[in-house]
Design a protein around this ligand. Structure first.
Ligand code: NDP
Length: 400
């Protein structure tokens, strides 16, 4: 029996809350806090006051505000589903109050588009000394893709050499331009320079300049672009036999054209500008006019296919496998009123939290997902709506 405090009340949090609410034996009491308390109240009303016991307004940019809420709730675990900007303040609040921590995205400073684990890994000693645990990146990518890698290394290979994580959204939400999770975070990620790991070093590419046309299970061929994604950093650290690690995401032509125009006119910039005597950040303004990702769920057709290609050695022979999940937008909408991108993130957050609370994944310190035994997580994916499949491929589908 445990008590959790969820911070954030957006698209991902809505899924996690509903999934946690169905497991009363583990998530005995759920509390919800976010910047806009009316969003918490709406979710509490939808899920039921018997399951979501209390809601709070909190600005999680300030550790002291999070400490105040934690002191009222006294949770066993804080599930951070706000934005990456709040990660460190929430980790500080957990340290001050002696509570475990989980998130789905690595810390980013608001004024610099810099994507790395260094800030959160720096908390390792503090969490260890306090006997507390922080689980980083318990979403799909990062999250499930890290667990897929650990599962492949454990069950299919003696040594893994090449990793390609592929993320395809083959869905159609009918909007001219919209992002599937927080627009500000999503556009910051997509417009950064591409980066991949090869033979011990990181190599850079111009943003979205490297393309492969890949055939996705139950979707078909889609243009896929090389990007940097945070799980690459932790996976290459924890699997040092890797010779190359890359991440690919699909984008349609219309999406890329919109993005190019928006970038061209400075709308994706994070540099503040003066507008009628007020400082505004163009990307924050753009976020305010784009559709709320949670609102895309109704009528969203098609599905996602996210997975991990791994090539390595087994008994001296080279082989390649693909581990993946297909997730249908309409099914997610029917089940929890969400689209598949929120669903594929919200469910792993619930699973990571479950494994921490029941002691299966539990050790003091700051950990990435691939550092734990993947098997219990993989079992729970099958039970809670994200079934996975393994294909043994004749060869890698990527150009040499
Ligand atoms: P949303 O924008 O829908 O929700 C974010 C929520 O956080 C909102 O309720 C927002 O409040 C709240 N929030 C923002 N700032 C603060 C603050 N200072 N204090 C308290 N609450 C705050 O985002 P998503 O649900 O789409 O994404 C949530 C997280 O999941 C993000 O970190 C995102 O990067 C991550 N993610 C991870 C993925 C993965 O696979 N690992 C995939 C997709 C997303 P308000 O309503 O006031 O704005």
């Amino acid at each position: 029996m445990s008590r959790v405090l969820i911070i954030g009340a957006g698209g991902v949090a809505a899924v996690t809350i509903k999934k946690c609410a169905r497991l009363p034996e583990l998530f005995d009491e759920i509390y919800l806090a976010s910047r806009t308390v009316s969003k918490c109240e709406a979710l509490q009303k939808e899920v039921g006051i018997d399951r979501v016991k209390g809601v709070f307004a909190v600005d999680a940019d300030h550790a002291s505000e999070v400490v105040a809420v934690i002191n009222q709730v006294k949770p066993d675990l804080v599930i951070n589903l706000a934005l990456p900007y709040q990660d460190l303040a929430i980790m500080d609040a957990c340290l001050e109050t002696g509570v475990d921590y989980l998130d789905t995205a690595n810390y980013e400073p608001k004024d610099v588009a810099k994507f790395e684990y260094s800030w959160q890994w720096a908390y390792q000693e503090k969490f260890q000394k306090a006997g507390l645990m922080a689980l980083l990146g318990s979403g799909f990518d990062p999250g499930v893709t890290n667990v897929y890698t650990a599962y492949a290394a454990k069950h299919y290979f003696d040594e893994i050499h090449y990793l390609d994580i592929v993320d395809c959204n083959g869905g159609d939400h009918g909007q001219a331009f919209a992002t599937n999770f927080n627009p500000e975070i999503n556009i910051r990620e997509i417009t950064q320079r591409g980066r991949f790991y090869e033979n011990g070093e990181w190599k850079e590419t111009d943003p979205l300049s490297v393309r492969e046309d890949l055939d996705y299970q139950n979707i078909g061929v889609r243009a896929s672009y090389l990007m940097f994604h945070e799980e690459l950093e932790s996976i290459v650290k924890h699997f040092p036999t890797l010779k190359r690690a890359r991440f690919w995401m699909t984008f349609g032509d219309a999406y890329l054209t919109h993005l190019k125009v928006l970038e061209g006119i400075g709308m994706t910039s994070i540099e503040p500008i003066n507008f009628q005597g007020q400082q505004i950040v163009p990307l924050e303004f753009l976020k305010a006019v784009l559709p709320d990702p949670g609102s895309l769920a109704e009528g969203y057709t098609g599905q996602t296919c996210i997975g991990t290609y791994i090539t390595g050695l087994k008994d001296g022979q080279e082989k390649t496998i693909f581990i993946y999940n297909n997730c249908e937008h309409a099914k997610c909408h029917e089940e929890v009123g969400a689209q598949a991108v929120s669903y594929t993130t919200g469910v792993p957050a619930m699973i990571g939290a479950s494994l921490m609370l029941n002691g299966t994944w539990k050790k003091p310190g700051v950990w990435n997902m691939e550092q734990f035994d993947p098997d219990p997580f993989m079992d729970m994916l099958n039970i809670h709506g994200l079934p996975w499949h393994v294909i043994e491929c004749d060869s890698s589908p990527f150009k040499k």
